[in-house]
Ligand binder design. Structure first.
Ligand code: PMP
Length: 439
């Protein structure tokens, strides 16, 4: 499928924007071909500047749980915009949106709005250091928390190895304050705390990882994390920027943490984004009142933002969460199951070894030998047959299906993916699976 206007637009963009994009994965570097420049989106469909239509499987990388341009969200945004685009002063809508978050996730006793997931995790880490007076941050290999220096470190070699910078421009001093551990490995966590426990401010984890492909936390992993951090006086930060109000109505916490007994868990801090802003820039950090009240103006941990709690953005978030009722989550879950079932059948028929990885309504395929079980950590996620993904992706694109342009991303369905949209995906999968098999 040719996309001449997208090709032209990409060439023009590269003359002014590095790589032609405002965020790297949009450049299609790992899958090749011309990134599609999008003109509009409605429901489950994207339309590019050539007028080509695609069933969308990225949903703006998560926010579009209702589908694109949902009437009640667009109406709320238009109403809010007509009353002014931003004031730099408090609004009642911020309280309303924060209360909606707390209704779903009661562990959020207090909430601070920011504009991006990166700011949310950055604030959470500063808070943890401010509250504990300790320097070290523990993260897990393969978990993504935004592009702040402290969390770009990717892979440590073994327990409590001090990480190398994951990006040029991150100083060794910063990287040395981040310990990177293998995901799902309680023994590694215990060893890190045995060696450095009195210097660890916090452990940050994705509630269920979805940035090395989707990974289901092993039963008891998050609960162990809660236990170990609490015993050592460190904070547990659960990043639900991606899973929040997406994996289920109360995020992955609602799926797993909310269960009673020993396997339940509630962190000191949560971070949210994506669905919380319904497609506009809203993110947040929230958690226990004790910890959150260390933030300025009540406490000594400084944090601020010109656009934080923006009235138009919070209107989009509030309208989205209010519309995202149980029916919506049931539809998203059913759509995900339909696509995942067709995907696994197509890959089986083409003889492509794979595992379908799940977390609530989120899933992604991994091209691994299923005999070894699902992918549980970054090492195995990286060891999959990644070269099969570009031809698979390109085949889907030619058939009018816009899958994530990287094998390490979740597939995002929405409540707007109706039988027609799902049928187009299901019809496109066998050919794409054959392309993957031929690679
Ligand atoms: N945390 C997680 C789990 C994410 O998936 C992302 C973005 N994909 C972020 C943080 C960063 O959010 P943002 O891109 O809004 O800065």
């Amino acid at each position: 499928m040719k996309a001449p206007r997208s090709a032209e637009a990409f060439a023009a963009a590269q003359e002014i924007l590095p790589g032609g994009v405002s965020s790297p994965v949009r450049a299609f570097r790992s899958v090749g071909g011309t990134p599609r420049f999008i003109a509009s989106a409605r429901g489950p469909y994207l339309t590019d500047v050539d007028g080509l239509e695609y069933v969308d499987l990225i949903g703006s990388w998560g926010p579009a749980i209702l589908g694109h341009a949902h009437p009640s969200v667009v109406w709320a945004v238009q109403q809010a915009a007509s009353q002014g685009l931003g004031f730099g002063a408090p609004t009642e809508r911020e309280t309303e949106l924060a209360l909606e978050v707390r209704r779903r996730v009661p562990g959020v006793e207090r909430l601070r709005f920011v504009s991006t997931g990166t700011e949310a995790t950055m604030t959470a880490i500063r808070l943890a250091r401010g509250v504990t007076g300790r320097p070290l941050v523990v993260k897990f290999a393969g978990c993504y928390h935004g592009h702040l220096d402290a969390l770009l470190a990717q892979a440590g070699s073994g327990v409590a190895t001090l990480a190398l910078p994951g990006s040029s421009g991150v100083t060794e001093a910063t990287a040395a304050e981040t310990l990177v551990l293998p995901y799902n490995d309680v023994a590694a966590l215990e060893a890190a705390f045995a060696a450095h426990g009195d210097r660890i401010a916090c452990v940050i984890t994705e509630a269920a990882p979805a940035n090395m492909g989707v990974i289901t936390p092993l039963p008891g992993f998050n609960a162990a994390l809660r236990r170990i951090t609490a015993a050592a006086g460190a904070l547990m930060i659960v990043d639900e920027v991606l899973t929040g109000f997406r994996a289920g109505p109360s995020g992955w916490w609602g799926v797993e943490g909310a269960v009673g007994g020993d396997d339940g868990w509630t962190p000191d801090l949560f971070t949210f984004g994506k669905v919380l802003g319904g497609g506009l820039p809203v993110a947040a950090v929230g958690g226990s009142r004790h910890v959150m009240e260390h933030l300025a103006p009540l406490g000594p941990v400084y944090q601020a933002g010109t656009l934080s709690g923006n009235p138009v953005a919070t209107a989009a978030g509030l309208a989205t969460l209010r519309a995202a009722d149980d029916v919506v989550y049931a539809r998203v879950g059913a759509a995900a199951r339909t696509v995942a079932t067709a995907l696994t059948e197509a890959l089986d028929a083409a003889g492509v070894a794979h595992s379908i990885q799940w977390a609530g309504t989120l899933f992604s395929p991994a091209f691994v030998d299923p005999a070894s079980g699902p992918v549980t950590d970054y090492e195995r996620a990286q060891a999959q047959d990644t070269w099969r993904y570009p031809p698979f992706f390109q085949s889907l694109l030619r058939s009018g299906v816009y899958a994530p342009p990287s094998i390490y991303e979740a597939w995002f369905l929405s409540a707007a993916h109706d039988d027609d949209a799902l049928g187009r995906i299901v019809d496109a999968l066998p050919r794409a699976a054959q392309a993957a098999a031929a690679a």
